[in-house]
Design a protein around this ligand. Structure first.
Ligand code: PLP
Length: 423
């Protein structure tokens, strides 16, 4: 019989054939130390690694698995779709159904185009905004993430509003020369050369940072005054925060949206959408080119439709109640341990910061990460069978598969780890 494999053995093999052993750097344990666990399978809120160890999973693929892993209705939908052929290069009915489902849920989003990743969605939304306005400049917020396309991989300097600097080697300065990076939660001046402002309406890639009261409406007003388009990157918030996403939650309607994660039900699917007159700038109707061999993939649309079918208003109420309970439990466990921490909550979204005051921007998020507490926090949880993403800037992803009993386990584990950290 073949020897059962181990995480160490697989990691060594992975590192030989894949840079850093992972297919997305966020999965690496470089910032926290140690060896990533290799997942053998998942079910509901649990994952098992290749060594048979079970973890209560708060990674949930960084958001898509809102129903937990291997939900029977999603599995069934994907299996049925696979039996009918997995890709055609011609339109299919489920693409129409999914587009109808999205536009039906998100007020003001009249048309969508399906793509395969959030990166593509954001890159394409910006392109259509530039095409529609005939302008080049893009404004984005420090600490927000909009995928890894060149033009959006810009970091700020140390000033208040700075021209973007490449946030990665390989991104030419020219690619971000039109990208302006400004602090989150401050409405910047929008010049008449700005094509669009792209923002995570609730920032969830620097921990969880809620929009300050008036911030999103302020962006809406500033864009309107300058003739710029407002893009909500709802790759995380879309269909997780509320049935109609963050735009419904806050009552602010952008011109364009980016979606991903939940709408693919765990398969590679994302979308961008918006006002009809803007979206009709896209090829084949308009001059803005965008395309994709696997866009609207039949397996992914089947998974997405099955996922959304289970997300009615009741599901959001339920998830919101569980997250509120989890957040209250976490806050009191952390306080009881004497650890200085914040547990921000926005509806169904929750995070943890090691900070004395609520965090409102990237500087605050970085100060939390710079405490250096996160690696021990994450490993302490892992040892207790609770998996959180291996990065200090990630949020927690409880989903509908996490019942009260599972969430109590999380609170107990966090309390125990916090005591060790505070000691
Ligand atoms: N936008 C946001 C807000 C995200 O959180 C992410 C990914 O985490 C992306 C865009 C990029 O999506 P993807 O990883 O599917 O390319």
């Amino acid at each position: 019989m073949a020897e059962p494999t181990t995480n160490e053995a697989l990691y060594a093999r992975a590192c030989a054939v894949t840079p850093g052993g992972v297919n997305s750097p966020v999965r690496a344990f470089r910032s926290v130390g140690g060896t990533p666990y290799f997942v053998a399978r998942g079910e509901g809120p649990w994952v098992w690694d290749v060594e048979g160890r079970r973890y209560l999973d708060l990674v949930q693929s960084y958001g898509p698995a809102i129903h937990g892993h291997a939900h029977p209705r999603i599995v069934e939908a994907v299996q049925a779709a696979a039996g009918e052929g997995s890709t055609f290069g011609a339109p299919t009915e489920r693409e129409v159904l999914l587009a109808e489902e999205i536009t039906g849920r998100v007020h003001g989003c009249e048309q969508v185009r399906l793509v395969s990743s959030g990166t593509e969605a954001c890159m394409s939304a910006v392109r259509v905004a530039r095409g529609a306005t005939g302008r080049s400049r893009v404004v984005l917020f420090e600490g927000c993430y909009h995928g890894h396309s060149d033009g959006l991989l810009a970091g700020g300097g140390s000033g208040v509003a700075t021209l973007g600097l490449p946030a990665s080697a390989g991104v030419p300065a020219a690619a971000v020369a039109d990208t302006l990076v400004v602090p989150y939660n401050t409405v910047p001046e929008i010049g008449e050369d700005v094509a669009c402002v792209i923002v995570e309406p609730v920032a969830a890639n620097m921990g969880l940072v809620p929009p300050a009261p008036g911030f999103l409406q302020g962006l809406r007003d500033a864009c309107d005054a300058a003739g710029a388009l407002l893009i909500f990157d709802e790759v995380i918030t879309g269909f997780r925060l509320a049935r109609g996403g963050a735009s419904a939650f806050y009552g602010v309607t952008p011109d364009l949206w980016c979606f991903g994660k939940v709408i693919g039900g765990g398969l590679p699917l994302a979308a961008f959408g918006g006002r009809r007159d803007v979206m009709e700038q896209l090829a084949p109707l308009g001059p803005v080119y965008q395309a994709g061999t696997l866009s609207g993939n039949p397996l992914a649309t089947a998974a997405g439709l099955a996922s959304l079918a289970m997300l009615d208003d009741g599901a959001y109420e339920e998830l919101g109640a569980r997250v509120a309970r989890l957040a209250a439990g976490l806050a009191s466990a952390l306080a009881a341990a004497g650890l200085t921490a914040q547990v921000p909550v926005v509806g169904t979204l929750v995070g943890v910061f090691f900070a004395g005051e609520p965090v409102t921007d990237y500087a605050g998020a970085k100060a939390s990460a710079d405490t250096g507490l996160f690696p021990a926090f994450m490993h302490g949880l892992l040892q207790r069978g609770v998996a959180v993403a291996p990065g200090a800037y990630e949020i927690l992803f409880p989903g509908l598969a996490h019942g009260d009993a599972e969430l109590d386990l999380v609170v107990d584990a966090v309390g125990a780890v916090a005591k060790e950290l505070a000691a």
